[in-house]
Design a binder for this molecule. Structure first.
Ligand code: NAD
Length: 426
C-alpha cells in the first residue's frame, strides 16, 4: 500500500490554506500581537482557548461566560490579569480587542459574531456556524460589510490529510464520484442523565436568562444547559448539525459545490427516552446534480466507524480524523484495478492547531480563512435543511441562489426563528 507522507503532501499540495499558513508561521514577528477575548469558554472553549494562549502572537485580554465557575477557570488559564464579564457586549466594548473566540452553544453563535463584526473585531466562531439559515446569511453579510475575518470552527478543513484527500478526489484520483456517504454513529443508549453537570436547582453562579438569550423562555432545566443543549431544537440541531458541520463540510468541499438542489429526511428520537428532542436515528439524502450525498446519524447503534466515504468508480476513499485509506475498485472484465491502494495518516489535534493558526495568520494578512464564514454558512445550511426535512418527514426543493425552499410554506418558515426580546437579529 502506498503511504502518502506529510513531506509528499506539503511539496505537492494545492490546498492553499494549509501551506500558506505553515509558511506564515515561520515568519511571524514577535511584535505582532493579537489581543483576544473568548465568549463561552465551556467544554469546547477550554479545548481551544489553551491553544490560542500558547500561540506566541496572542495576548489574552478578556473572558466572558454566564456561568461563573467557567468564567474563573478561563481567566485562570490566561496566567495574566484579564477582564471578566458576564455580558458579552461588555467584552465587545473593549477597544483593544482585535479578535474574539465564540464558543457558546449554537443558539448564541449569530448575535455575538455579528456584534463582534460591527465592533470591528475578527471572529473564530465554533461550528455549526448558525442555528438557522437566515442567521447564517446575516453572519456572512456582517463579516463582508465590516470587512472582518470570520473563521468557522470546522477544523477538519485544516487537516493535511483532509486537504490531500480533497485534492485527490477533485483531480479524479478515485475516478468519478457520484455517491458520498457521511454520518456519525455511536451507541449512547440509554441516553443522558439530566444532572450530569449541573444540579436540579438553578445554581446561583449561572445567569439562566442570559444563557437562554434569544431562545424561548423555559424554566431552568439542567438538561437543557451545559453540553446537553445539543439535544434540543431551541438551541441546536442534534448530531446532524454537531457532526454534519464536520463531515458534510468536507463532502461539500470535495464536491466543490455550494448547495444541494433537493433534500429528503426521515428519523426521530425513537429509542432514547431521556427528554431530549433531536433524532437518535436519522437518514438524510441530498441531491447535488450528479452526486447523491447521504447522512446517517445513529445514537442507538454504532456498528463501525464510517464518518465519510467517497465512492469513486476507481476506488473508495474512507476518511476520519486519524487518516484516510483508498481501496481500489476492479472494473467488470478487468483483472487489475487502475489505482494502487493508498493511505495517509492524520492527526486531529494537529488539525486543530493549524486551524487556529490559519485564523490568526488571516487576522494579520486579511486573507479569507480556510473555513471562511460563507463556507461555514453553506455547510450549516445543508445540516439545517436535513433537519427541516427530517422534522417534516418529507422532501424539499432548495434554491441555493436565493436560499429559499420552493413550494413548501411550512418548511420555508423553519429557515428562521423568532428571537425572544430584547434580542434582535440585525
Ligand atoms: N469544533 C469542534 O470540534 C467542536 C467540538 C465540541 C463543541 N463544539 C461547539 O462548541 C460550542 C459549545 O459547545 P460545548 O460543548 O463547549 O458547550 P458547553 O455548554 O460546555 O459550553 C458553552 C459555554 O457557553 C456559555 N454561555 C452560554 N450562553 C452564553 C452567553 N450568552 N454569553 C457567554 N457565555 C455563554 C456557557 O455557560 C458555557 O460555558 C457548540 O456550538 C459546539 O457545537 C465544536
Amino acid at each position: 500500500m502506498k503511504q502518502i507522507s506529510r513531506r509528499d503532501f506539503t511539496r505537492t499540495s494545492v490546498a492553499a490554506g494549509a501551506s500558506a499558513a505553515l509558511s506564515r508561521m515561520r515568519i511571524l514577528g514577535a511584535n505582532d500581537r493579537i489581543n483576544i477575548g473568548i465568549i463561552g469558554p465551556g467544554d469546547r472553549g477550554m479545548q481551544i482557548w489553551p491553544i490560542f494562549l500558547k500561540q506566541p502572537d496572542v495576548a489574552p485580554v478578556a473572558v466572558c461566560d454566564v456561568y461563573q465557575p467557567y468564567l474563573s477557570r478561563a481567566a485562570a488559564a490566561c496566567n495574566t490579569k484579564v477582564a471578566t464579564h458576564e455580558d458579552f457586549r461588555r467584552l465587545l466594548d473593549i477597544k483593544e480587542i482585535d479578535a474574539v473566540v465564540v464558543a457558546t452553544p449554537d443558539h448564541w453563535h449569530a448575535l455575538p459574531t455579528i456584534m463582534a463584526c460591527q465592533a470591528g473585531k475578527d471572529v473564530y466562531c465554533e461550528k455549526p456556524l448558525s442555528l438557522t439559515v437566515v442567521e447564517g446569511r446575516k453572519m456572512v453579510e456582517a463579516a463582508r460589510k465590516h470587512n472582518r475575518v470570520v473563521q468557522t470552527g470546522s477544523q477538519q478543513r485544516s487537516g493535511p490529510h483532509y486537504q490531500q484527500a480533497v485534492k485527490l478526489i477533485q483531480e479524479g484520483g478515485i475516478g468519478a464520484v457520484h455517491k458520498i456517504s457521511a454520518g456519525f454513529t455511536r451507541n449512547a443508549m440509554p441516553g443522558f442523565k439530566h444532572e450530569e453537570i449541573l444540579s436540579k436547582e438553578l445554581p446561583k453562579e449561572l445567569n439562566w436568562d442570559m444563557w437562554l438569550g434569544p431562545a424561548p423562555y423555559v424554566p431552568y432545566d439542567p438538561f437543557r444547559c451545559l453540553y446537553h443543549f445539543r439535544w434540543f431544537w431551541d438551541y441546536s440541531g442534534g448530531q446532524m448539525t454537531n457532526w454534519g458541520a464536520h463531515n458534510l463540510d468536507i463532502a461539500r468541499w470535495a464536491l466543490n459545490a455550494k448547495s444541494p438542489t433537493a433534500v429528503s429526511g426521515f428519523g426521530g428520537r425513537y429509542e432514547i427516552k431521556d427528554g431530549g428532542q433531536t433524532p437518535d436515528v436519522q437518514e438524510v439524502l441530498y441531491n447535488f446534480n450528479g452526486c447523491v450525498v447521504s447522512w446517517s446519524g445513529r445514537e442507538v447503534n454504532r456498528t463501525r466507524d464510517e464518518y465519510l466515504v467517497f465512492h469513486g468508480a476507481k476506488g473508495t476513499l474512507s476518511i476520519m480524523r486519524n487518516g484516510f485509506t483508498i481501496a481500489p475498485e476492479i472494473w467488470r472484465k478487468k483483472e487489475q484495478p487502475e489505482i494502487e491502494p493508498m493511505q495517509m495518516k492524520g492527526n486531529g489535534g494537529e488539525s486543530q492547531v493549524l486551524h487556529i493558526r490559519n485564523f490568526l495568520d488571516c487576522v494579520k494578512s486579511r486573507q479569507r480563512p480556510i473555513a471562511d464564514v460563507e463556507e461555514g454558512h453553506l455547510t450549516a445550511v445543508m445540516c439545517h435543511l436535513g433537519n427541516i426535512a427530517t422534522r417534516l418527514q418529507r422532501s424539499l426543493k432548495w434554491n441555493g441562489e436565493k436560499e429559499e425552499i420552493a413550494g413548501d410554506k411550512e418548511a420555508a418558515q423553519m429557515l428562521s426563528r423568532p428571537y425572544r426580546k430584547p434580542w434582535k437579529l440585525e
